[in-house]
Design a protein around this ligand. Structure first.
Ligand SMILES: [Zn+2]
Ligand SMILES: [Zn+2]
Length: 179
């Protein structure tokens, strides 16, 4: 399988406690992907952030910007939207290289670990982007969706189902109310 994203490695070898290192990455569209159905990058990924040496751990902060093609959850058409996300994560140095991609939950603090003097931020960034995707992906806040009976895209044209397919029990009730 193709990697989700190319290496985005930062060296922390010369970073002393209390120091901050800034970085910027520009990842062309064909060098990253997002592991989520019906979501596809249609632009480069721009990343600007900092790594702070906070004593026992490091703080990774970044703003990521890109453009995505997504499927509307209501009407199922594809639409394009800018996607901007702020990311913050704590990183702890591990002695064992096996821990590299594990995440731990320590006192409700989610953090990643890394080994050696370099941190590969690529997968951490993509992970945050997947979690940051909207659950309701709408082509428009007012999207009317598809008719659940005939499948008509109600943004384009209305259908007669509402009038025809009234629940018979409701129909009976209506008659009662009329009488
Ligand atoms: Zn829609
Ligand atoms: Zn209909």
């Amino acid at each position: 399988m193709r990697d989700l994203i190319r290496d985005l490695t930062i060296s922390i070898a010369n970073l002393k406690s209390g120091e901050i290192k800034s970085f910027e990455f520009f990842v062309p569209q064909d060098e990253w992907q997002i592991p989520e159905d019906q979501v596809e990058p249609i632009g480069p990924l721009e990343i600007a952030g900092t790594i702070t040496h906070a004593g026992d751990f490091f703080v990774f902060q970044a703003k990521v910007k890109t453009r995505l093609k997504m499927q509307c959850t209501r009407c199922l058409i594809d639409f394009e939207q800018d996607f901007v996300l702020d990311i913050e994560e704590e990183l702890k140095k591990s002695d064992s290289p096996d821990d590299l991609e594990d995440e731990f939950n320590d006192d409700d603090n989610l953090y990643s670990t890394f080994a050696g003097q370099e941190i590969d931020l690529g997968e951490i960034i993509v992970e945050h982007m997947v979690l940051g995707l909207p659950l309701q992906r709408l082509c428009d806040e007012e999207c009317k969706g598809l008719c659940s009976h005939c499948g008509q895209d109600l943004n384009k044209k209305s259908c007669d189902c509402k009038d025809k397919n009234v629940d018979p029990r409701l129909q009976a009730l209506k008659h009662l109310l009329k009488d």
